[in-house]
Design a protein around this ligand. Structure first.
Ligand code: BG6
Length: 487
């Protein structure tokens, strides 16, 4: 792999500590970092290189997937970590940074390949990108890459404005937009699951699939993020990005030997085929919810409106369920039900594919027969299970569900950030969001944002610790279905 300087803006922040340093360390242990690799951490406060390295080491001890026990290895890892003070709007600081990078590159005999990772609030993205450009931090003799994480805008218009500004400094090929759901190992397996299994491939369309359910439920509430969350809600925080990415990854049709371009092009096709919700359909296809007080795992919790720094009158959404359709030859007529919420009964991100039952009610005891289900658990557990029918040994006339299960577990499973940072270092953009997808997602979601703004979709309260508002069950019940595994 080509030598790389990893320039980290926001080096003293929470994301860096919890995710980025542990990911780099695990990549290092797995020998997946470039042979010549150096890290330059940037932040507003003064810090010596030694103090910076000590902070990084502490974060590894707290958050690394692998145990940090070999001091020689840790020392080797931290050897090239340098720190520099940077105020994102001070031009001189970028000049200082350039000197530091060039000095490191000369000392370590590295080619000037530079990856700029912005682990800072989105309000700084444009300023930083412009300053990188102006200060000549991207060298003509090497490559430069920009890594940013959602939110990419607040709505369609602001997302376009952000992208226009970033494009002045970086080309689309140079921008790596992280959606950490795309880094989850099971999400990365979705394309292979479909592509390399003729059994599934043969069944992967509207002739055999009755409906698809995609759920991302969380137990946590707003936590300490009131200032951010109260302005975005579940629709922007989870639905516009993570949930639509899961939908795309599940439904793309890929040729054999698919490339990064194929994957992203096919995802764009899914978004283009997504039927736009008409104004009159919004209230029957979208369920907007907010958690009230309740009990989770035996403990009482307060409602959203009583959370610190949330106004008692806030109408922000903490839950969304949507019914949508993809209008292409494979998926036409298959309803997709997608939901995500905070303060739900359990933490689970999963996809359930319910197959059709062509021979239903044709025999006695048919009501004991369950539909075939393919259940893909994405997190916190990773598993795939197929529900089939067998004969009930206790009552031979009846059916009984049987499950074929596969579970992935243990320390061997890399974390999302490891996968994504490793890919970005390789220049592989398969599991990063292309601007086309981001724009189409905002375009699709915009009518929902407008309807929320104008209060055209009712806000339903649900008890914390439940499965969301009853109206979300109604969404499926009106089509003769129900959410699986809500019991
Ligand atoms: C983040 C959201 O993108 O994803 C958070 O901002 C949410 O609100 C988190 O809690 C969920 O991620 P995961 O990986 O725990 O499902």
């Amino acid at each position: 792999m080509e030598s790389t300087t990893f320039v980290l803006f926001g080096a003293t922040g929470d994301l860096a500590k919890r995710k980025i340093y542990p990911a780099l360390y695990n990549l290092f242990v797995d020998q997946k970092l470039p042979h010549s690799f150096s890290v330059i951490g940037l932040g507003r406060r003064e810090l010596s290189d030694e103090a910076f390295q000590a902070n990084v080491e502490q974060s590894l001890r707290m958050f690394s997937r692998r145990e940090v026990k070999d001091p020689v290895l840790v020392k080797k890892f931290l050897r090239t970590f340098r720190y520099s003070v940077l105020d994102v709007s001070r031009k001189e600081d970028y000049q200082k940074l350039l000197q530091l990078i060039e000095q490191q590159e000369a000392e370590l005999r590295m080619a000037p390949n530079r990856m700029f990772y912005l682990s800072v609030g989105p309000e700084f993205f444009e300023t930083i990108a412009a300053n990188i450009q102006e200060s000549g931090l991207g060298s003509a003799d090497g490559w430069k890459r920009l890594v940013i994480e959602k939110p990419f805008g607040h709505d369609l218009q602001s997302a376009r404005a952000l992208n226009n500004n970033l494009s002045k400094a970086f080309t689309e090929d140079e921008i790596f937009r992280i959606d950490h759901y795309l880094g989850k190992p099971m999400v990365q397996k979705l394309e292979v699951l479909q592509q390399s299994n003729p059994v599934l491939q043969a069944l992967w369309d509207n002739r055999y699939i009755a409906n698809v359910q995609i759920t991302a439920n969380e137990i946590v509430g707003v936590e300490e993020r009131a200032g951010y969350y109260d302005h975005v809600g579940a629709v922007r925080d989870m639905f516009q990005n993570h949930m639509l990415q899961l939908l795309m990854m599940l439904t793309i049709h890929l040729p054999n030997n698919s490339t990064s371009e194929n994957v992203r092009f096919k995802k764009k096709l899914v978004m283009e085929a997504l039927e736009l919700l008409q104004k009159e359909d919004l209230s029957s296809h979208v369920v907007r919810g907010q958690y009230g007080a309740g009990t989770i795992q035996g403990k009482p919790v307060i409602g959203y409106n009583s959370e610190p720094n949330i106004a008692a009158t806030s109408r922000n959404d903490t839950f969304i369920a949507v019914k949508l359709q993809i209008d292409d030859y494979s998926w036409r007529g298959v309803p997709f039900y997608i939901r995500t919420g905070k303060r739900m009964k359990d933490k689970s991100t999963r996809i359930v594919i319910e197959f059709k039952e062509p021979l239903k009610q044709s025999k006695a005891n048919d009501d004991t027969k369950k539909p075939n289900l393919l259940v893909i658990e994405i997190s916190p557990n990773e598993s795939i299970s197929l529900q089939l029918n067998t004969r009930n040994p206790q009552n031979k006339g009846e059916f009984k569900p049987m499950h074929i299960d596969f579970h992935e577990s243990g320390d061997n499973v890399p974390e999302a950030y490891e996968n994504l940072i490793g890919d970005a270092l390789h220049g592989d953009s398969t599991f990063f969001a292309h601007w086309d997808e981001v724009e189409l997602s905002w375009q699709w979601v915009q009518p929902i944002l407008d309807a929320y703004e104008e209060n055209r979709v009712p806000l339903h309260l649900y008890a914390a610790g439940s499965n969301g508002p009853a109206e979300s069950d109604e969404l499926l019940a009106q089509d003769g279905y129900h959410w699986w595994f809500d019991e």
